[in-house]
Design a protein around this ligand. Structure first.
Ligand code: FAD
Length: 385
C-alpha cells in the first residue's frame, strides 16, 4: 500500500489506534488459532476488552461507557482487528458494540439500559442480534417467532438461526412478531437474556470459515419476557432494523477493506521471499500487475470507506449508501482473497497461512448483514424511486 495520508484522523485518534494495536498484538493475535479450534473466542478476552475500554465506547458515562459519539474511534477498532487478520474477533466484537448495543441504547427504556449496558461495556455480558430464522433470511417479514402480550409479560415462541456470538451471548436482541397478522408492521424488537426459562441454544455450527466465532441457533419455548424488555414501540421493530442496519453494513464494509489490506500485505511479503525459475515470484510481471491492481482497488476502497465514516459521523449515511458500501467492499474483499491465495500457490490453501484463513473467512461477508443481491435491490429501490 502507498500509505495514503488518512485525513479523517487526528493525533488523538492515532494515539487510540496505537493502544488498540498493542492490545490486539498482546491479547488477540496470539490466541486466535486456539480460538479457531474452540469455535469461539474466550470469555476472558471479552473482559479484557472491557477493562481496556474497548467495548461500547459510545455508551453514556453513567452506564459505564465513555460517551464517545465520534464513530472514527469505532472505525479504528474495526480496522485494527481486520488488519490483524483475526476475522472472527473482527466480526464478533464490533457486532456487540456497534450493532447490538445501539438497539438497546437507542430504543431501550431506562430500566433495560441500566440492566444490560454496564455489563456489556465491561464484557461481563456478550451481545447478539437475532433476526434470521430457518425459514426467513432475506425475507425478514416472513419470520414466525412471536411475542404475544399476556398482560405483565410477553410470551415468546419460535427459533432463530445463524446467530453470531450466539453461543457465548448473555443478551440477545430478538426480532419477533407481536402481531402476526400485520406483516412488517407486526414486527417488534425485544431483549432476552440467559436467565429466562425456556430460552435455549444450539451448539456452535461447523462453518466454512470464521472459526473463531460462535454461530448457533436459538430456541424460545414459552419464554416469559418482562414488558419493559420491549425496545421502543410495539410494531416499530422493522423500522428500527432498517435504520440500524445502515451502521451494521458500514461495520461489515470497514472490516472487509481492512481484511483485504491484511491479505495484500501478507501476499506482498510472501512473493518477495518465494522463488521459482531462479527468480523471486515478485519478479514475474503477472505478480506485479496483480499486486498493482489490488493496491489500486484497495486504495480506492479505503478512501471511499473513510468518506463513509465521515458521512456517518454527520448522520448523513443513508441505508442505500450503506448497502452500496457493503456490496462494493465485500465483493472486493472476496476478489482480493482469491487473487492472494493464487499468488501463494499451494501454500495459500494451507490453514497455517493467514491468506488461506482470510479466504475462507471472507466468503460469508457477501451473505450476512443482508446478501449482496438484497443490497443491489436496496440500491435500485433508491435510484428508481
Ligand atoms: C456466519 C453467519 C453469521 C450470521 N450472523 C447473523 C446474526 O448475527 N444475526 C442474524 O439475524 N442473522 C445472521 N446471519 C444470517 C444471514 O443474515 C442470512 O443468512 C442472510 O440474510 C441470507 O438469508 P438466508 O440464509 O435465509 O438466505 P435466503 O434468503 O434463502 O437466500 C438464498 C439466495 O437467494 C437470494 N435471494 C433471496 N431473496 C432475493 C431477492 N429478493 N432477489 C434476489 N435474490 C434473492 C439471496 O441473495 C441468496 O443468494 C448469519 C449468517 C451466517 C452464515
Amino acid at each position: 500500500m502507498f500509505g495514503l495520508p488518512r485525513l479523517l484522523f487526528n493525533e488523538e485518534h492515532e494515539l487510540f489506534r496505537q493502544s488498540v494495536k498493542e492490545f490486539i498484538a498482546r491479547e488477540i493475535t496470539p490466541y486466535n488459532s486456539e480460538w479457531e479450534k474452540q469455535k469461539m473466542v474466550s470469555r476472558e478476552s471479552w473482559l479484557k476488552l472491557g477493562e481496556n475500554g474497548f467495548l461500547g465506547i459510545q455508551a453514556p458515562e453513567e452506564l459505564g461507557g465513555m460517551n464517545i459519539q465520534d464513530f472514527r474511534y469505532n472505525a479504528i477498532l474495526i480496522e485494527e482487528l481486520g488488519l490483524s487478520g483475526c476475522s472472527g474477533p473482527a466480526i464478533g466484537y464490533p457486532l456487540h458494540s456497534d450493532i447490538v448495543m445501539p438497539y438497546i441504547l437507542h430504543y431501550g427504556n431506562e430500566e433495560t439500559k441500566k440492566k444490560y449496558i454496564p455489563k456489556m461495556v465491561s464484557g461481563e455480558y456478550i451481545g447478539a442480534i437475532a433476526m434470521t430464522e430457518p425459514g426467513a433470511g432475506s425475507d425478514l417479514q416472513g419470520m414466525r417467532s412471536t411475542a404475544i402480550d399476556h398482560g405483565d409479560y410477553y410470551l415468546v415462541n419460535g427459533s432463530k438461526t445463524f446467530i453470531t456470538n450466539g453461543y457465548l451471548s448473555d443478551v440477545v436482541v430478538v426480532a419477533v412478531k407481536t402481531d402476526p397478522s400485520k406483516g412488517a408492521k407486526g414486527i417488534s424488537l425485544i431483549v432476552l437474556d440467559n436467565s429466562m426459562e425456556g430460552y435455549t441454544k444450539g451448539v456452535p455450527f461447523e462453518k466454512v470459515g470464521l472459526h473463531a466465532q460462535d454461530t448457533c441457533e436459538l430456541f424460545f419455548e414459552d419464554v416469559k419476557v418482562p414488558k419493559e424488555n420491549l425496545l421502543g414501540k410495539e410494531g416499530d421493530g422493522f423500522k428500527y432494523l432498517m435504520h440500524e442496519l445502515a451502521q451494521e453494513r458500514l461495520v461489515v464494509s470497514l472490516a472487509a477493506i481492512a481484511l483485504g489490506e491484511y491479505m495484500l500485505q501478507a501476499t506482498v511479503e510472501y512473493v518477495k521471499q518465494r522463488k521459482a525459475f531462479n527468480k523471486s515470484i515478485s519478479d514475474f510481471q503477472n505478480t506485479r500487475f496483480k499486486l498493482a491492481e489490488m493496491t489500486a482497488a484497495l486504495e480506492q476502497g479505503r478512501i471511499y470507506c473513510d468518506q463513509l465514516v465521515i458521512l456517518h459521523n454527520d448522520k448523513l449515511l443513508d441505508p442505500a449508501m450503506a448497502s452500496a458500501a457493503k456490496y462494493n467492499m465485500t465483493e472486493l474483499q472476496c476478489k482480493v482473497a482469491d487473487e492472494c491465495v493464487q499468488l501463494h500457490g499451494g501454500y495459500g490453501y494451507m490453514w497455517e497461512y493467514g491468506v488461506a484463513r482470510a479466504y475462507a473467512d471472507a466468503r460469508v461477508q457477501r451473505i450476512y448483514a443482508g446478501t449482496n443481491e438484497i443490497m443491489k435491490e436496496l440500491i435500485a429501490r433508491k435510484i428508481l424511486k
